[in-house]
Write a protein that binds this ligand. Structure first.
Ligand SMILES: Nc1ncnc2c1ncn2[C@@H]1O[C@H](COP(=O)(O)OP(=O)(O)OP(=O)(O)O)[C@@H](O)[C@H]1O
Ligand SMILES: [Mg+2]
Length: 334
């Protein structure tokens, strides 16, 4: 009956002990100002982005890895939990993974929302710990492993050994910033303004951050900034490369600095084991190869990188008493 939640800035995933992944929806809420109420969450709200009349706002309450809207975040969490538990009266334990950059006050608000939705106990787990467990790594051994989780709002880099975090770094450079960089590039290079959803599609369909050669491309639609009329343009992998390469370098530099601050024995383990890439950003085309060549360490894209954190929370239930740094037991809410 226990529930694991990956409260991501881009996507929320929920796993249940016996059933696996029971919910996988974008972190979006639609609010109707006229009736002063939430009208849709998740996938239904996502479809409304950029297409609403004035009295409806669609928000990503966890944009950029920070809680930009507390009330909406709480409403979203309760709605998702109710959706999977069906409002019945059992009290699950919840292990929740929250963005690493949110403050203590914010994480309490999140825990409080889970309590309101009926949680008995709420545990918080650090994202990289859940991610690497979900990637199938046994973190209990005295063996160093490194994970780079590239999500929507943050990139979390961590070295883990003996169930604990040895070195870590969180960067606010991830998927959403990539999308915005594509919007910016397209408006300055082609004078065409595209939406962020369109930019995300272009990133997924036409990126090549290692060896762009013009072969990956996509037609996108937007509005011409001078003529003001709808316009179609073709974006290819050179365009996406230009847009994203600075952000990608920032992530690689972050990984380098964590490696430099890793004790030598563990650094040796990482050279042997390779680096695990998780989160949706792990799928950025060519990133694994670029990182491997720049760092001289093999980089593996984890199986189904988008669900690693959620699957990791499920595994974490079995180790609740063993994990050291990765857990924060939130008992003050009992
Ligand atoms: N094939 C792909 N290529 C590049 N990026 C991708 C691909 N598929 C998904 N993404 C990006 O992955 C991001 C979402 O990843 P994920 O669900 O791991 O984030 P999150 O866990 O919600 O965010 P965070 O961990 O920062 O809170 C989005 O920005 C999405 O555009
Ligand atoms: Mg995440």
């Amino acid at each position: 009956m226990d529930i694991g939640i990956d409260l991501g800035t881009a996507n929320v995933l929920i796993v249940m002990g016996n059933k696996g992944i029971v919910l996988d929806e974008p972190s979006v809420v639609a609010f109707n100002k006229k009736i002063n109420d939430v009208i849709a969450v998740g996938s239904d709200a996502y479809k409304m982005i950029g297409r609403t009349p004035d009295h409806i706002t669609v928000v990503r309450p966890l944009s950029d890895g920070v809680i930009s809207d507390h009330k909406m975040t709480e409403r979203m969490i309760t709605a998702f939990i109710e959706k999977v538990t069906g409002k019945q009266l059992f009290m699950p334990n919840i292990i929740m993974c929250i963005p690493s950059s949110i403050t203590d006050v914010e994480s309490r608000a999140v825990v409080e929302a889970a309590k309101i939705a009926g949680a008995r106990q709420v545990y918080l787990i650090e994202e990289p710990v859940a991610a690497i467990m979900g990637a199938g790594v046994d973190i209990s051994a005295p063996d160093g492993n490194m994970v780079v989780d590239i999500g929507g709002g943050t990139t979390d880099i961590a070295v883990i050994s003996l169930n604990g975090v040895v070195a870590k770094l969180s960067l606010k450079m991830a998927g959403e910033k990539f999308d915005r960089a594509i919007v910016k590039y397209t408006s300055s290079r082609y004078r065409v303004l595209i939406g962020e959803k369109t930019a995300e599609n272009a990133k997924i369909a036409a990126a090549n951050v290692y060896t762009p050669d013009g072969s990956r491309k996509l037609i996108v639609k937007g509005r011409h900034l001078v003529r003001g009329l709808p316009e179609r343009i073709e974006l290819n992998d050179y365009d996406i490369y230009e847009s994203l390469i600075d952000g990608v370098r920032e992530i690689i530099d972050g990984v380098k600095s964590v490696l430099e601050n890793t004790p030598p024995e563990l650094a040796g383990d990482i050279y042997k084991n390779g680096i695990y890439l998780t989160g949706g950003g792990a799928l950025l085309f060519g990133l694994d190869k670029l990182m491997s060549s720049e760092l001289g360490v093999e980089c593996h894209i984890a199986d189904d990188p988008l669900s690693c954190v959620a699957r990791g929370t499920r595994l974490a239930f079995k180790n609740i008493d063993k994990l050291l740094d990765g857990f924060e037991h939130v008992s003050m809410y009992n």
